[in-house]
Design a protein around this ligand. Structure first.
Ligand SMILES: Cc1ncc(COP(=O)(O)O)c(C=O)c1O
Length: 279
């Protein structure tokens, strides 16, 4: 963001978006512009994106597979996002941190594979999700030489580099294909189970998650706000989930993580079910 944006520049976010983007953008004086995704499947609403573009729009943030929605954008949708970026001369900041965790029958698609995408895409990722190395503070960035040189200058003054003793661990992690595949397969199974269980709950609508490890549930059918739902789920069912309105555009949703054991998933949804059925 520091390498491509100036204070006052507007950045399109597909809402609800991972809330840290907001803080990061505000830290450098850039302006997050939240454009809601489609409510039924959490995929981009292209007419709304086009309508949100102003002369100050400088970038679009893409995160697929997505936190918090679990959506994975189809190749043709990524192509359309690139077309939009080319038309309005926008940077594309592509956060592909969940790229190895896809359950849809198409994979993660990089915007840089479409005409005009390569030179305007900054690809960012890390070891936190696909390698379960959250907390190690290890990530990567890819982009044009121009961008890479700017990032190098910024990073030299900000962090210099990641801790040297973590570098061999990161390289080793990249070689663990069998283990990381096993982990991804197990997330896929948990996704199937949690989706079937959540889908049967009264007042809850949930599109099938396509990747990452989150199910975003529309809870408006329960008559509760997402804050009330989350507070009562914690107090009355002892289940912790994230109320969507902590993220702009997330009102009426709650996010449930399935990055936990099958036993916890089954127990957690049973508690939610008992609680909702007792109301
Ligand atoms: C969409 C998204 N991007 C980036 C990150 C950052 O991960 P980390 O700071 O652990 O590398 C997260 C973590 O939750 C995330 O959900």
């Amino acid at each position: 963001m520091m390498a491509t944006l100036n204070p006052g520049d507007e950045v399109l976010l597909l809402a609800p978006a991972w809330p840290s983007y907001d803080g990061m953008l505000k830290l450098i004086g850039a302006v997050p512009v939240h454009v809601p995704v489609k409510r039924d499947d959490y995929h981009p609403d292209f007419a709304a994106l086009e309508a949100a573009i102003t002369p100050n729009t400088k970038a679009i943030m893409v995160n697929s597979p997505n936190n918090p929605t679990g959506a994975v954008y189809r190749p043709e949708e990524i192509g359309k996002l690139v077309e939009l970026a080319v038309k309005h001369d926008l940077w594309i900041i592509d956060d592909m941190i969940y790229a190895t965790l896809v359950w849809a029958d198409y994979g993660y698609t990089s915007p840089s594979t479409f005409p005009g995408g390569k030179e305007r895409t900054l690809t960012i990722g890390g070891w936190s999700k696909g390698w379960a190395m959250t907390g190690w503070r290890l990530g990567w960035i890819g982009g044009s030489t121009e961008v890479a040189n700017a990032v190098k200058k910024i990073n030299a003054s900000a962090a210099t580099h990641v801790a040297t003793f973590l570098m061999p661990a990161a390289i080793t992690a990249l070689s663990l294909e069998e283990e990381t595949q096993m982990m991804a397969d197990s997330f896929k199974e948990r996704c199937e189970v949690i989706y079937q269980l959540l889908d049967a709950l009264p007042g809850i609508t949930v599109p099938k998650p396509e990747g990452a490890f989150y199910a975003l549930c529309d809870i408006t059918g329960t008559g509760m706000s997402d804050i009330e739902f989350a507070n009562r789920a914690l107090e009355e069912a002892q289940v912790q989930l994230i109320p969507g309105s902590l993220m702009e555009g997330g009102e009426g949703f709650v996010r449930i993580s399935y990055a936990t054991s099958m036993e916890n998933i089954e127990e957690g949804v049973k508690r939610l079910s008992n609680w909702l059925n007792s109301l």
